[in-house]
Write a protein that binds this ligand. Sequence first.
Ligand code: ATP
Length: 232
Amino acid sequence: MALLEIHDLQASYGAIKALRGLSFGVEQGQVVSLIGANGAGKSTTLNTISGLLKPTGGRVIFDGRDITGWRADRVTALGLIQVPEGRQVIAPMSVYENLIIGTRSDANLQADLDETFARFPRLYERRAQKAGLLSGGEQQMLAVGRALMMHPRLLMLDEPSMGLAPLIVNEIFRIIADIKAQGIPILLVEQNARKALQIADYAYVLERGLIAHQDQAAALQQNTSVIAAYLG
Ligand code: ATP
């Protein structure tokens, strides 16, 4: 059984059917990527899993438990942690405050902070600065650092490279590779399909709320119709 199992997931915004029956899974230690054009339903998929949006049909099973339609705080408490699109750090709060905001009172805060600052030395340098004053890349690191502070059992990343310069994108993907090497499973939503397929084990191509292709990431990179449609 996979750690995360999605069965026939459906979601709508009013009359707009954004997800029309998706099924996929994420196994322990795997990076699974959802790629596809704007509006294909990638963010909606993550939001439906994480409890920000209620599905209109289908099932979300995490670690054998049916969590379909659970509220976001309950999903987070299980260790299913989402880094939202656009990072959504809390601009007027310091880097330090942003990092500790989702942590539990019984957590080993100092050890977690030490680990986070070791991973992101730039966040340590800027720990007292307001998050809103960070660069886009630093804000992305903060958003990922904040998620890691919550000890994810599965990390969901929504467009981590969005709006970032190529060098910073490389840095973000190096960090994602590190997290993967640590054994944390990742569900990665990306428009940068080329980068996503380099790091993923398995990938799904979404098209108008349905899965159009799925395969080992290495195989998808060789798939000529996928290359033509998504990799340019
Ligand atoms: P993007 O990269 O643009 O975020 P995506 O693949 O993540 O693309 P979604 O954001 O999940 O796509 O959008 C799926 C569909 O749902 C699109 O048709 C989109 O217009 C629609 N949609 C998304 N959010 C809303 C919303 N809040 N209200 C109404 N329609 C929405």
